[in-house]
Design a protein around this ligand. Structure first.
Ligand SMILES: *Cc1c(COP(=O)(O)O)cnc(C)c1O
Length: 460
């Protein structure tokens, strides 16, 4: 049994104390209702017991600050601490959204500056910072697309095209927006198949939702042709910019022909994420769509201001030249991992990737699944990559090393992935039963999501 398997109540020893308080100067009358009728049920522990218990609990969590986290399509990169310091500066943290206009000029300037930085980075005209997540941005962007068509009396456009490789939120947002989803197939090369797209286009198409590089980490080389085809039928192009890393300072969605896009500030622009905490999914539009930016609001007040402060700090800290390095290093790191492991893991698409790529399980699986590999990685102290997504491959392992990892860390990861491939050949049972070193091993994943047991249960 490990120390952290115990509830603090189980560490309790009668009469042990972890505090010393000065003698009280007031004495309360022992009669009356002020005194408890029965003693309070608190654990009786020493100060070191308390400190160790809570420190141990805090270490049961895994984050970018504790280890390598190659979770594809999530951009779990290191977030410089200076951004936290700036966001928590009292002048920002004590702002109230109902303060009078003339007292928040600095905050407005911050938002406007971020707007022009993001416009320069993406090639859009203006952004709204109201949406609080990527998916929220998608919904906002699609509503904006619908309004644009409506304003021109073009009410037949009720369908939106989504590639089969799209992030799950894309079709979900379109459905929430009341649009009908039409799926366009990818070709053998993992890119949108232009010939399959052509027959889908018509006067009922509101637009297409794409990301480039796509969810397989591949750059859609025919993007300008796709843009002119979609524009040609009167539709708009929506860009899912949740993972803009590889493009930073290199290519702009606006130049590719996109009209609307969202960014995830909590992925690309350095806000920690993963716990459902505050995010920001600003939506940018081309010039002709600026009048459709959301008024009234799609969220309370002005969006998540502290996330914007971090993003601006991040952009200004890097500057124009270094931000370009972020994109290049994200791409280099992903290709390095891919090339170093493709002799042990099945690589369904061989071409150069951008910030992420997908393996389709082990080359010689010996009955070992992608889930087994992911679980075994935990034993070696790495967070698992994204698995079983995208759905195009049955044993998908989606790896995104990000630009913030050193050569040494990436080499260690590669080495461990190779060890696991060897273990699969020699001792598959070891992998079927992994992980062996974590507090929780293999929960029933459906039940863990639907009926989570979030209270400690005392072991008898
Ligand atoms: C993360 C992600 C989203 C959704 O962003 P949320 O902030 O989680 O709503 C959308 N598209 C892509 C490609 C993503 O990686």
């Amino acid at each position: 049994m490990k120390y952290y398997d115990k509830l603090i109540f189980e560490l309790s020893v009668p009469s042990r104390v972890g505090f010393s308080l000065p003698q009280s100067e007031v004495s309360l009358p022992k009669e009356g209702k002020i005194w408890r009728q029965s003693p309070l049920n608190l654990p009786e522990v020493s100060e070191p017991d308390v400190v160790r218990h809570y420190t141990m609990l805090s270490q049961m969590n895994f984050g970018v600050d504790t280890g390598f986290y190659p979770l594809g399509s999530c951009t779990m990169k290191y977030n410089p601490k200076i951004n936290e310091e700036i966001a928590s500066n009292k002048v920002f943290a004590s702002l109230h959204p109902l303060q009078s206009e003339d007292t928040v000029k600095g905050a407005r300037e911050l938002v406007d500056t971020l707007d022009s930085c993001l416009a320069a980075i993406t090639g859009m005209k203006h952004f709204t910072f109201l949406p609080c997540a990527g998916a929220h941005g998608e919904l906002t962007g699609l509503m904006l697309m619908r309004e644009y068509h409506k304003s021109r009396g073009d009410v037949k456009r009720t369908k939106v095209i989504v590639p089969d490789s799209a992030h799950g939120t894309n079709p979900a947002s379109a459905a929430v927006c009341g649009l009908e989803i039409v799926v366009v197939k990818s070709g053998e090369d993992g890119l949108v198949d232009v010939e399959s797209l052509k027959p889908l286009l018509g006067d009922d198409i509101a637009g297409i939702m794409m990301t480039n590089p796509n969810t397989l980490g591949l750059f859609e080389r025919q993007i300008t042709q796709i843009a002119s085809l979609v524009h040609g039928c009167g539709g708009l192009l929506y860009y899912d910019g949740a993972n803009m890393n590889p493009l930073l300072g290199v290519v702009r969605p606006g130049d590719m022909g996109f009209d609307i896009m969202h960014l995830n500030l909590h992925k690309t622009f350095s806000t920690p994420h993963g716990g459902g905490g505050p995010g920001s999914g600003p939506v940018g539009v081309c010039e002709k769509l600026v009048p459709f930016l959301p008024v009234p609001k799609v969220s309370g007040f002005h969006g998540n201001f502290a996330v914007m402060a971090r993003a601006l700090a991040y952009i200004l800290m890097l500057g124009k030249e270094n931000i370009r390095m972020a994109g290049k290093l994200a791409t280099l790191n992903a290709n390095y991992v891919k090339e170093s492991l493709k002799d042990c893991y099945k690589l369904p698409i061989e071409s150069v990737c951008k910030h992420e790529f997908v393996f389709d399980g082990l080359k010689e699986s010996n009955g070992v699944t992608t889930l087994d590999v992911a679980k075994r990685l935990l034993d070696y102290g790495f967070h698992a990559p994204t698995i079983y997504f995208p759905l195009l491959f049955h044993q998908a392992i989606m790896i995104e090393p990000t630009e913030t990892e050193s050569r040494q860390t990436i080499d260690e990861f590669i080495e461990v992935m190779r060890v696991i491939a060897r273990e699969a050949k020699e001792n598959p049972e070891l992998l079927h039963s992994a992980p062996h070193n974590t507090p929780i091993g293999r929960p029933d994943e459906t039940a863990a999501a639907r009926q989570p047991v979030i209270k400690y249960e005392k072991k008898s």
